[in-house]
Design a protein around this ligand. Structure first.
Ligand SMILES: Cc1cc2nc3c(=O)[nH]c(=O)nc-3n(C[C@H](O)[C@H](O)[C@H](O)COP(=O)(O)O)c2cc1C
Length: 176
């Protein structure tokens, strides 16, 4: 085994699901930004966690105001558009070419191309000690999935500009 410097240790938690989080500001302007620090936190009610840099990003500003967001799971067909939304430009969303449609339960829009969609209501934006990311907790209030989605369409973030997709599904017996 090779020892990894602690500053690189978080990078060992890979691959991570890549999502595009959509929000609206108070005037109704749509924002979208890619995230890969995402995990479930509760089955009942269904809740998820996002790790978002501890600064007032547009996503955080919008969440604080509207208390809603949509997690759009990124697939390979629109990955480049989703990643383009990382840019710090006021017109990044328009430039990305992403199309949106109305969500079912929240005002934040859904990405038209998305094959898995989780509409969320904000439960809290938590600060933990010196952690440099907020723990953003959302309750899933509506979920949708394209029944034809294939595992290998799903985009996982590896490191930097590198992404992978699940290549094999296999079973491991679980004794309960
Ligand atoms: C694949 C990918 C994954 C990312 N994951 C995260 C993440 O989990 N947390 C985070 O704070 N930023 C993450 N970022 C960076 C944000 O997208 C970036 O800070 C963005 O500019 C925020 O946009 P906003 O100001 O519109 O919210 C990621 C970027 C990419 C390309």
């Amino acid at each position: 085994m090779q020892e990894i410097p602690l500053e690189d240790s978080i990078g060992l938690i890979y691959p991570r699901l890549t999502v595009l989080v959509t929000t609206k500001d108070e005037e109704g302007k749509v924002n979208a930004a890619p995230y890969s620090w995402i995990a479930p936190v509760s089955f009942k009610p269904p809740m998820l966690y996002l790790g978002i840099q501890r600064r007032e990003t547009q996503t955080i500003k919008n969440m604080r105001i509207t208390k809603e967001f949509v997690v759009n799971i990124v697939t390979r067909d629109w990955a480049a558009k989703a990643i383009a939304c990382e840019a710090k430009l006021p017109d990044k969303v328009e430039k990305s070419g992403i199309q949106f449609r109305e969500s079912k339960k929240v005002r934040a829009p859904t990405v038209s191309e998305a094959k898995i969609v989780l509409e969320c209501r904000l439960q809290g934006i938590l600060e933990t000690g010196k952690a440099d990311h907020f723990l953003v907790i959302g309750q899933i209030v509506h979920a949708e999935k394209d029944p034809n989605i294939k595992d290998d369409e799903i985009v996982m973030h590896h490191t930097g500009p590198n992404f992978v997709s699940p290549s094999a599904r296999f079973e491991v017996e679980r004794k309960k």
